[in-house]
Design a protein around this ligand. Structure first.
Ligand code: IVH
Length: 664
């Protein structure tokens, strides 16, 4: 029986398993089991929306988008840290402490990795997460509670609920693999890349739509609380033990150091070890361990006297901006790229650096001719840290962002609230060239012999204008070109021939439709029988494909309704290109032609299992009570959907009847 008690039970159980999974990295149940419990919880909440509590795991998926971020004052200021750069600075820090404390008895310390992310405050009242905010200027930050709730390792409820108020501070960040995957996806979607994990974390948390934040692989580590008096512990070391007990993720590289010698040794160990970590750290934070001493030391204007950040040396160099090029990407995004006087940055010659967008140029106040400090941290793209203003001699020129496309001269657009400026002309030659390069590249059809340089050459020589032209190339077109010969021409033609029967998903990803990467293309292949069928779908039909977002649905519908695209598809078919759809033999499957929706709680399977069964048996899943829906399957305690479906004359089945359709 679905009851409020069961809901409470599920909430606790699911939160407990999230803790095992995200915080302890030690899952106790399978993903399938977790999902079953989660579906059960969702079903109860669907039937009793008034029973939903703020600590329900269902609140992690991100609710409605906000209009703006509200400001929140931190009850106690969130301070910053002073920096040290080497052993000498660390010993000087200790000397200052001793002088201030009028003692010669050196204290003990905690040494913690300094994560490269965004500082946040989480407020727990009687164990319940009630507010999450950015640091802001240290006094006032922004309310990003909905966004922070989507981060799996942030507990929505602490494991003890008798502490009236606990203000926890820590760092939200993205690990290397998360950042890489996100950037790969962004490259495919024609979005500018994040230069480092800090920007990625900040960009992901400062999304008005928490559903976007929910898709970003964010992590969290706690490093302190606003007021040590809130917990009954004497020092930072005990605090970490308490915080872990409460269910908060504590970084396991945190180390107790009885003296400054151990701190210094730890700094050199961490410097060596940092490259092997799953996430970026940019230094080590050293804190006086004892809270009574911390209180005596107090703080200066912006930073406490009892802590210091010892930073790893970033590989930096100075050079000059020779000029700025504006590149037009596959989706029309204009990216300013600084062309630099070549310079060695830690063993790598750097001659270009992306400036990301117009806001970045303004924010850093960069000029052509400026001497600039550039930096390469870890494996990330080199970035311009700042202009060296003192070196200006008046000959520097403002960087003017063009109003028209540097390639096709079409007026550029910058939608309000977006950082990216775009060329909206779909026929822009630069976009066409980048699309061709993408189509032939590894992320596309991976056509052997047609790498970036070759595609650029063929495009410049007007041998290919558009995708179908690739399949019309003849040996005579290629073999006499500069850099080509009989062999390489034959090789390319073999590659082109081999690319004529790609899977539909591969072909779709190769087309470079905005918001259609590998995953989305896979979803589309599963849902449609052919390219032809897909190209006829309206936006609202596409929205019924489970897992497909609104932006993608609109982008796909717009793409295929463009007459130029239709002409291109026709030409492609004529040249013998035939995207293949995996044999589904749906005609013979029991649920072919049926479109299902589930409501209420199912007893014999989870929602996800039910949906999987539908798809495996040739059916489709509807997004709601829609025109396409043919059949509603009703579990226990169905919601309002049942009445709506009945009103619309849809077929209604019980869970058992549904299973009978599949032969029991
Ligand atoms: S303690 C009063 N501990 O570094 C103490 N900060 O430059 C203030 N950070 O804004 C912070 N890891 O975003 C502390 N283990 C750690 C940290 C850490 C990263 C960041 C934090 C802070 C900045 C200070």
């Amino acid at each position: 029986m679905a009851s409020q008690k069961r809901l409470e039970e599920l909430r606790l159980l699911l939160n407990e398993h999230s803790h095992y999974y995200y915080v302890l990295d030690d899952p106790q149940i399978s993903d399938g089991e977790y999902d079953r419990l989660f579906q059960e919880l969702l079903a109860i909440e669907e039937a009793h929306p008034d029973w939903i509590t703020p600590d329900s795991p269902s609140q992690r998926v991100g609710g409605a988008p906000l209009d703006k971020f509200n400001q929140v004052a931190h009850r106690l200021p969130m301070l910053s840290l002073e920096n040290a750069f080497d052993d000498e600075d660390l010993y000087a820090f200790e000397e200052r402490l001793l002088r201030y404390l009028l003692t010669d008895k050196a204290p003990d310390y905690m040494a913690e990795p300094k994560l490269d992310g965004l500082a946040v405050e989480l407020v727990y009242e009687y164990g319940l997460l009630t507010m999450g905010s950015t640091r802001g200027d240290g006094t006032v930050g922004e309310d990003i509670t909905a966004q922070l709730k989507t981060v799996g390792s942030i507990p929505l409820r602490l494991r003890e609920t008798d502490i009236p108020l606990l203000e926890v501070r820590g760092e939200v960040f993205m690990d290397r693999s998360g950042l890489e995957t996100l950037n790969r996806q962004r490259a495919m979607d024609g979005e500018p890349l994040f230069a480092n994990p800090r920007n990625a974390a900040a960009g992901s948390l400062r999304q008005l739509d928490p559903k976007i934040t929910a898709q970003r692989p964010l992590r969290f580590f706690v490093y302190g609380i606003s007021d040590p008096a809130a917990l009954n512990c004497a020092n930072q070391k005990e605090l970490f033990i308490d915080l872990a007990r409460l269910g908060l993720p504590v970084n396991s590289l945190t180390q107790y150091c009885p003296d400054m010698g151990t701190v210094v040794k730890r700094f050199s160990d961490l410097s060596a070890l940092r490259h092997d970590l799953a996430y970026e750290i940019d230094g080590m934070v050293v804190k006086v361990n004892d809270f009574a001493l911390q209180a005596r030391l107090g703080a200066k204007a912006r930073a406490p006297r009892w802590a210091i950040a010892c930073k790893f040396p970033a590989v930096q160099a100075t050079t000059k901006i020779v000029k700025v090029d504006f590149q037009v990407g596959r989706t029309g995004a204009i990216t300013p790229v600084a062309i630099l006087e070549p310079v060695d940055v830690g063993g790598v010659i750097v001659s270009r650096a992306t400036l990301h967008n117009s806001d970045e140029i303004l924010r850093k106040d960069l000029h052509t001719g400026d001497s600039v400090l550039i930096q390469r941290a870890g494996d990330v793209i080199p970035e311009i840290v700042k202009a060296i203003v003192e070196k200006r001699d008046g000959t520097e020129k403002a960087i003017v962002f063009p109003e028209n496309c540097p390639v096709c001269d079409h007026l550029l657009v910058k939608p309000e609230g977006e950082a990216v400026t775009r060329c909206p002309n779909p026929h822009c030659p630069a976009q066409r060239l980048r699309s061709l390069v993408h189509f032939c590249s590894k992320a596309g059809l991976d056509i052997e012999g047609l790498g970036t340089k070759s595609v650029e050459q063929l495009f410049d020589l007007k041998l290919i204008h558009d995708i179908p032209d690739i399949f019309l190339l003849q040996k005579e077109d290629l073999e006499n070109l500069e850099g080509w010969g009989e062999k390489s021409a034959e090789n390319a033609l073999r590659g082109i021939e081999a690319a004529k029967k790609p899977s539909l998903s591969r072909f779709l990803a190769a087309l470079g439709i905005r918001y259609v990467g590998e995953v989305t293309a896979g979803l589309l292949e599963q849902s449609f029988h052919s390219l032809e069928e897909l190209s006829r779908q309206k936006e609202e039909d596409l929205l019924e494909v489970a897992g497909l977002g609104e932006q993608a649905a609109k982008s796909i519908a717009d793409y295929f309704s463009d007459p130029t695209v239709q002409e291109m598809m026709k030409k492609l078919l004529e040249t013998g290109v035939q995207p293949q759809v995996m044999e589904k033999q749906e005609e013979d499957l029991p649920l072919s032609g049926e479109v299902f929706l589930f409501t209420g709680s199912l007893k014999k399977m989870s929602r996800n299992e039910a949906k999987k069964l539908v798809k495996e048996n040739g059916g489709q899943i509807a997004s709601g009570i829609t025109k396409k829906l043919t059949c509603l399957v009703v579990g226990e305690k169905p919601g309002s959907k049942l009445k709506k479906a009945q009103d619309k004359g849809k077929k209604v089945l019980t869970e058992d009847e549904f299973l009978l359709l599949l032969g029991g």
